[in-house]
Design a protein around this ligand. Sequence first.
Ligand code: KG4
Ligand code: ZN
Length: 395
Amino acid sequence: MKILSIETSCDETAISLVEAKGKIDSPSFSVLGNALFSQIDLHQQYGGVFPTLAKREHAKNLPPILEKVLTEAKSFKTAKNIYSEELWNEIEEILKKEEGLYPNFRALLEPVEKPEIDVIAVTLGPGLEPALWVGISFAIALGKLWNIPVIPVNHMEGHIFSVLTNDNKKKIGFPALALLISGGHTELVKIEKLGSYKLIGKTVDDAVGEAFDKSARLLGLPYPGGPEIGKLAEIAREKNLPHNAKLPRPMLHSHDLNFSFSGLKTAVLYYLRDHFDYLTENPKELSQDEKADLAREIEDAITEVLEIKTKKALENSDFKTLIVAGGVIGSPRLRNVFQNFETIYPDLSVKIPEKGLNTDNSIMIACAGYIRVLLDSEILTYPQQIRAKGNLELE
Ligand code: KG4
Ligand code: ZN
């Protein structure tokens, strides 16, 4: 089955054409075409993602990204006058809220043959609603033009299934535990079987990626902060710098599986205020070593909380697989810590997405879309009203 997948939930515009094969316990995927445009540079000046800007950029970038993907997949063949004016009117209506998208959509696709695609999978949520809508409208317009079914995909299910492109020798065993760590989410999810989820822990305030990003901002580091903190922390370890900075490990010993990270950035702020006159007229400049020491402490505090809570969750049930997914698992330190769980728990297999698939992408949306089709092939035929859901939860 050939799946065209579209992801626009945040600041990445991504499209892939993926060929999916195999049964539900051994799916396999080959990427025929893939393109991703990150808006990080644009949002950097705001220290985070600015929703209306993200929406406008998605609308601008989707047609050229689609062209790149179809060209890479050798599915971009010219044709003449194959679509009626009536059909174009319907498509204009579908795209009317997405500034500038219709003329570019038409210019790109009017002279092109319908490619060999069986289904279009698009991110429904969670995410920024204005951004989600662009991808959804684009997917519906493509489905209309080419007469192909469009199915909605939960972005978090996408993160979970981002591990399906790993080598398939190790299947996901059930029950599985997923630790989802991104800029918007920090969740522990029990997966009884494919498609059946129970949230057993989550952040009560900031997500872990937010804690990295906000702390990094206080240190004057660019967005996204996670990788910047990680690089500095590594310098502190290599130089074996003294541990001067001390930060709390929020909710480490609470009896539940919830997290809290907003106190961490406040603790960073207080540390800077108390030791470097931050918030006064003459704040002291931190040396590179002082920055590295604080970055290491931030990373250690986050790592310890994630590690201990995940261990606690593993005591809950006879979990066979641990999946750790989401942007934050790009951290080499966290990857090491969780990979090492296979030594601590010999019966547990640990799955972490391949490099590049931990942050938002559309390949994971194709993987999750395929699983949805395998779970219920009728989703390809029943008519659906796809509406963006910013707060969509796993269920
Ligand atoms: O999953 P993602 O790409 O987007 C969301 O759905 O939120 O996650 C983005 C988050 C950002 O907060 C970023 O700082 C963090 O992932 N991140 C990292 C690393 N790469 C991205 N955090 C720590 N280490 C990394 N290497
Ligand atoms: Zn994400």
